[in-house]
Design a protein around this ligand. Structure first.
Ligand code: GLU
Length: 394
């Protein structure tokens, strides 16, 4: 028997009467990285929370249906592995974690694949390590693969390649990994979902009157101190790594939002530009690809210490760094490596790509650029770090 259809049905279910917004509210973003922390995927338990994962998939699918390109950065491999093996007692070594990740990653991926399959959306697995960001060639390869997936309307599901990543090549936490992914895919929103509604003025578990910070325009020492004191559940990262990742992403022209994964329709609301969680607006001018790489790619291989005059020239006059302003060179690095530039006894000034290796720089430090060729027998030009290869940090 067919039930009679109430012709006024839609009036009774007007969107205004709902607590959450409809799937069809248009996203203001074109390409979104959704970072799902272990605490979101387990709902605070020791198992992956499948209904919760389906719910998150539904929201991603709704965005996908609007033509938005969605990339999922997922944690939970280690948690899934642990559950699958019946919570074995293992030494807390990297090898144990890698074993758990090897078991859990395929399980995690199987789940994402089946959930996206409900909506007829194909997924592709991408496992990255820091090495994929550090080497220009690998960076470009990873970027090409991600772009190819998106072009074919396939949702990339990204995690760190925990099973093989050794300490030296690990990103270590998926917060920073998601910032890297945002840069790789040229995202306009990075949505980091966690077990807290965002960043608070104090730890809300200890200070009930703590308030949610709606928008962060400047990441300074006091904010870092605030985040440093905040713990989150099972995952590796805490608020401190989230802040670090947010900083990298927003400097690369990506809006960042930290919000609670369990909030109703959080992905759709964030995409639609509703005020959810803590928002870090992208800094106004997106950096070009090379500058992005300086920030998110290789960890600095050394430090160039400069005198006050050079610091001023960099900071206030937008100049390149000349050998004459260098007072010391720390660490061993190659020409083309990323280095930190610091004022003697001062704060970190900038990050940039060195045009000379550390040995050469020590020899030409304090000298006029005209003398480079005589001192070394060759020259790669008058500057140590060119303005175009440099990002001022403060
Ligand atoms: N890559 C880890 C995992 O899948 C998670 C790292 C993190 O939580 O930040 O288990």
């Amino acid at each position: 028997m067919v039930a009679a259809v109430d012709p006024h049905f839609h009036r009774h279910t007007r969107w205004e009467n709902r607590t959450s917004i409809p799937d069809s509210t248009a996203s203001r973003y074109r390409r979104i990285v959704v970072k799902l922390g272990t605490s979101v995927l387990t709902g605070g338990t020791h198992h992956l929370d499948r209904p919760q994962m389906v719910e998150l998939t539904r929201q991603c699918a709704a965005l996908h249906g609007q033509g938005v390109e969605v990339v999922v950065c997922t944690s939970g491999a280690i948690a899934a592995g642990r559950a699958k093996l019946g919570f074995p007692r293992l030494p807390s070594t990297l090898a144990s974690k890698q074993m758990l990740a090897a078991v859990g990653q395929s399980r995690l991926m199987y789940m994402w694949e089946s959930f996206f399959d409900i909506y007829g959306i194909p997924v592709g697995q991408i496992l990255l390590t820091r090495a994929d960001a550090e080497q220009r060639r690998r960076f470009l390869n990873a970027r090409d693969t991600l772009h190819a997936l998106l072009e074919h309307r396939i949702v990339p599901i990204v995690n760190e390649n925990d099973a093989v990543a050794t300490e030296e090549i690990r990103v270590g936490d998926n917060d920073n990994l998601s910032a890297l992914v945002s840069i790789l895919v040229d995202a306009d929103l990075l949505l980091m979902l966690t077990d807290q509604p965002g960043l608070f003025t104090a730890d809300p578990r200890e200070h009930p009157d703590a308030e949610l910070i709606r928008e962060v325009r400047q990441i300074d020492a006091s904010l870092r101190a605030l985040a440093g004191g905040t713990r989150t559940g099972l995952g590796v990262g805490g608020m401190a790594t989230k802040l670090q990742a947010a900083d990298v992403a927003r400097r690369s022209g990506v809006d960042v939002i930290i919000a609670a994964g369990s909030a109703p329709n959080v992905i759709l609301r964030a995409a639609a530009g509703e005020a959810v969680g803590t928002r870090f607006p992208a800094l106004e001018t997106p950096l070009e690809s090379r500058k992005r790489w300086i920030l998110a790619g290789p960890a600095p291989a050394g430090t160039i210490v400069v005198d006050a005059g050079a610091a001023r020239a960099l900071r206030s006059h937008g100049r390149s760094l000349l050998p004459a302003g260098i007072v010391a060179v720390q660490g061993d690095f190659e020409r083309g490596d990323t280095v930190t530039i610091q004022e003697a006894q001062g704060p970190t000034l900038a990050r940039g790509i060195s045009r000379y290796d550390s040995q050469d720089l020590r020899r030409i430090a304090g000298h006029h650029s005209d003398e480079i060729e005589t001192l070394l027998g060759y020259a790669y030009g008058p500057v140590a770090v060119h303005r175009n290869d440099m990002i001022l940090l403060e």
